[in-house]
Write a protein that binds this ligand. Structure first.
Ligand code: SF4
Ligand code: SF4
Ligand code: FES
Length: 256
């Protein structure tokens, strides 16, 4: 985030009766509209995001914010793009949580406790305080997936951690200094590579790609005019909602 006082193009048009509240961004007081998310309030205050902002939709994990609210001693955590400002909020953006990724070739690894000990040995230092779970903006049972990893239940750990957006807030708050999100990613990769059966349709598609099946279609798209491209996009066939028929196929099947 830079402190350039440049108005963002994202500044919303607010109704005249919008309530203004006071927030403190990196210790400095600002008046911002009460309806904004933290991300938009920071932009309203004149800051411009260079880092710490990605999807703006709660998916990329780039925007963790630490804040305190009036009359509450607790340090709170939220995603700036999803959390609405409150009067008297003190906040700061965390651009990144330092965590070293272990280097490995997934083909050479096996889903065993020995692999966790080798690459993320600090995992076994967990003291089960549950701080990570309370810190997680995605409401993931972080302590539980770490417990499953320690027990060796990688299926359960992969399932429990599958919505992780890699924001790193669990690691930032962990008193035992674990890198929960990196060890969970390692486990999901091992589980996907060595335990789950291979998806036949995926193998078929990879084979077709390697055989250049789609090159002529891509070349064709590169040659048509912009207007035709727009027209094709607009008139593309949609699967009818509610997407219940697993055997549905579009009328034109040559691209499948
Ligand atoms: S915060 Fe760290 S020590 Fe506490 S439960 Fe989570 S992983 Fe374990
Ligand atoms: S598990 Fe950790 S890194 Fe993943 S979303 Fe939750 S707090 Fe963020
Ligand atoms: S900007 Fe991607 S989660 Fe907030």
């Amino acid at each position: 985030m830079s402190a350039e006082l440049k108005q963002s193009g994202d500044k919303p048009n607010l109704p005249p009766d919008t309530k203004m509240i006071e927030v403190f961004i990196m210790g400095k007081r600002y008046k911002v509209p009460a309806t904004l998310t933290i991300q938009k309030a920071i932009e309203w205050a004149g800051f411009q995001f260079l880092r710490g902002c990605g999807c703006r939709g709660g998916i990329c994990g780039a925007c963790p914010t630490i804040y305190r609210t009036k009359d509450d001693y607790k340090l709170k955590i939220g995603l700036a793009c999803q959390t609405v400002v409150e009067d008297g909020m003190y906040l700061v953006q965390l651009p990144f949580v330092p965590a070293q990724k272990s280097e490995y070739h997934i083909e050479d690894e096996r889903p065993t406790i020995a692999a966790i000990e080798k690459h993320y040995p600090e995992t076994f230092r967990c003291v089960q305080c549950n701080t990570c779970t309370k810190a997680c903006p995605m409401d993931i049972e972080v302590m539980q997936y770490i417990a499953e990893i320690i027990k060796g239940d990688y299926k359960k750990a992969a399932e429990l951690s599958s919505s992780c957006i890699m924001c790193g807030m669990c690691a930032a708050r962990c008193p035992a200094e674990l890198q929960q999100f990196n060890v969970a990613m390692f486990v999901r990769r091992m589980y996907g590579r060595h335990v789950l059966p291979k998806a036949e349709h995926l193998q078929k598609r990879v084979k077709e790609i390697n055989e250049n099946k789609y090159i002529p279609f891509l070349d064709e798209l590169g040659e048509i005019s912009h207007d035709e491209l727009v027209e094709r996009y607009k008139s593309r066939e949609w699967q009818p909602e509610p997407y219940e028929d697993p055997n549905w196929q579009p009328k034109e099947t040559k691209y499948l």
